[in-house]
Design a binder for this molecule. Structure first.
Ligand SMILES: Cc1cc2nc3c(=O)[nH]c(=O)nc-3n(C[C@H](O)[C@H](O)[C@H](O)COP(=O)(O)OP(=O)(O)OC[C@H]3O[C@@H](n4cnc5c(N)ncnc54)[C@H](O)[C@@H]3O)c2cc1C
Length: 460
């Protein structure tokens, strides 16, 4: 076996595969600055056959490959050291077919959600996965991480939106499971092996996705609440009466709105900030129905405000208010080290989790700030703890605090990764809490990637 990076790269060059070895910062730097890759080469295949060739040769030369889409992942899944080659899918971004009646699209996996949805506008269709990183993240990355995002309450996570995939296994075989059929019961569902596999089993090269019609009318409501039992009540009433119209049900605590107001240039008028601020989005193509929803919500919240159950509410007729929600991840990065958490618990236990976590953080160090936001309607919250000005050595003590918080979540039958995945960041918790699942994943990897070429040391 030849174990030589330069020989491998020369071999690819002979096949005219695009290779970059200069100006590769955008492939190396993780969005939050927590990880920096040291890879010397980035290869950019133009089609599935090139991906297959690269992987077959990587098995011969024994070179580790890290698949990469938009490099917006937050758990170090795209991290690559100097001996590893990054395989970036950005040159594979073509739309192959839109089937309007079937409400589906078949495409190459390097395309971003933004580019896809700009193209689909003329058909009044959209891919309804919405992440604040939508301009950069790729469909392949969304599939590999089983991304969730803001509209998961309505459309589910990526897994619920994928009809079929084409994937090149670690050994270079092309697994063709690319179908647009909505019903297809032919034994085990192979595509589900690829979804959420974080680039450890294969490289997703094409996909067929479910689409939705773009909804013409929308409005948003922000509700300020100081008591968590009231949020529960609102969630219950809104779910019961208006579930068909809900597009998003998000939470932002006071600290998360304050940092956006203090750190960014976003100028959106918010009259008051409560301890917990719930942002709900409603959408429909039926203008009159949406007006009825709006009037009913208004009456309900007016009554709650009069009875002092809620602190305030505000209705927004456009979506500008989402700029605040979308700016939270970037804003927090600017004020100090952040310990990020992406927790999931059943919705009925979410407020119990919040109270226990708040107590634990205060006990650990009163000076730390908790920025709590995320997809409350799905039981998924990002609980990010910031050491403003890095005065409390949180970076050095992060493992200790994380263990405490993960324990609280696991004891409430929740989990430590709702949507960002395992990557490098959550590996030890997978090993600690799910040893049998991890062993099963290792066995599957041995079948699809026997030389452990792909994303070595990630996830498992
Ligand atoms: C501001 C911001 C907000 C975010 N909000 C959300 C959110 O609300 N919900 C959410 O779920 N995530 C969120 N993310 C995380 C991130 O955007 C998602 O995980 C996204 O799906 C990653 O896509 P990507 O193309 O950038 O993948 P990358 O970052 O390039 O890769 C992520 C992982 O997938 C693998 N991979 C990438 N492409 C492929 C492929 N074609 N085949 C096989 N493996 C592949 C990589 O090896 C890596 O392990 C956010 C990120 C940022 C920066």
């Amino acid at each position: 076996m030849i174990k030589n990076l330069e020989n491998f790269i020369n071999d690819l060059k002979l096949k005219n595969i695009t290779i970059k070895n200069v100006d590769i910062e955008k492939y190396l730097l993780e969005k939050r600055g927590n990880f920096i890759s040291k890879a010397k080469y980035v290869v950019l295949p133009k089609n599935t056959e090139e991906v297959s060739y690269i992987l077959k040769q990587a098995n011969i030369f024994l070179i580790n490959i890290v698949p990469q889409g938009g490099n917006t992942g937050l758990v170090g899944g795209s991290l690559a050291n100097e001996r590893v080659v990054i395989l970036n899918l950005s040159m594979m971004d073509k739309i192959i077919e839109v089937d309007i009646l079937n409400k589906s699209v078949t495409l190459e996996a390097g395309i971003s959600i933004n580019k896809l949805n700009s193209y689909l506008k003329k058909y009044k269709l959209e891919f309804p996965l919405y992440l604040p990183s939508y301009k950069e993240c790729s469909i392949g990355g969304n599939i590999a991480t089983n991304a969730g995002g803001i509209n998961a309450i309505k459309y589910g996570t990526t897994r619920d939106l994928v009809l079929g995939i084409e994937m090149v296994s670690g050994s270079g075989e092309i697994l063709h499971d690319l179908t647009s059929l909505r019903k297809r019961n032919i034994g085990m569902d192979i595509k589900n092996i690829g979804i959420g596999s974080e680039g450890t089993l294969g490289i997703v090269t094409k996909a067929s996705l479910k689409l939705s019609y773009i909804k013409k009318y929308s409005f948003n409501v922000m509700i300020g609440v100081n008591k968590t039992n009231i949020i529960q009540k609102i969630l219950k009433i809104v779910n019961y009466n208006f579930f068909d119209y809900i597009q998003a049900f998000e939470l932002m605590n006071d600290e998360s709105i304050k940092i956006v107001k203090d750190i960014t240039n976003i100028k959106i008028k918010i009259n008051k900030i409560a301890k917990y601020n719930v942002l709900i989005q409603f959408k429909s193509n039926l203008k009159n129905c949406l007006q009825i929803v709006k009037d009913s919500i208004y009456l309900m919240l007016e009554k709650m405000e009069k009875n002092n159950n809620i602190m305030f509410f505000q209705i927004y007729n456009n979506d500008k208010i989402w700029e605040i929600r979308n700016a939270i991840p970037e804003a927090q990065k600017k004020i100090g080290f952040n310990l990020k958490n992406d927790f999931s618990v059943s919705i009925s236990k979410i407020f119990d989790a919040l109270e226990k976590i708040n107590v634990a953080i205060k006990k650990f160090n009163k000076k730390l700030i908790s920025v709590i936001f995320g997809h409350l309607g799905d039981g998924n919250l990002h609980i990010n703890i910031i050491d403003v000005g890095n005065k409390n050595n949180l970076k050095e003590k992060q493992d200790e605090l994380k263990q405490i918080l993960v324990k609280i979540i696991m004891e409430l039958d929740g989990t430590f990764s709702a949507e960002h995945g395992i990557g490098m960041l959550n590996k030890k918790y997978l090993k600690q809490y799910y040893p049998l699942n991890r062993n099963m994943l290792i066995k599957i990897k041995e079948i699809l990637d026997k030389n452990l070429i792909l994303n070595k040391n990630k996830l498992m």
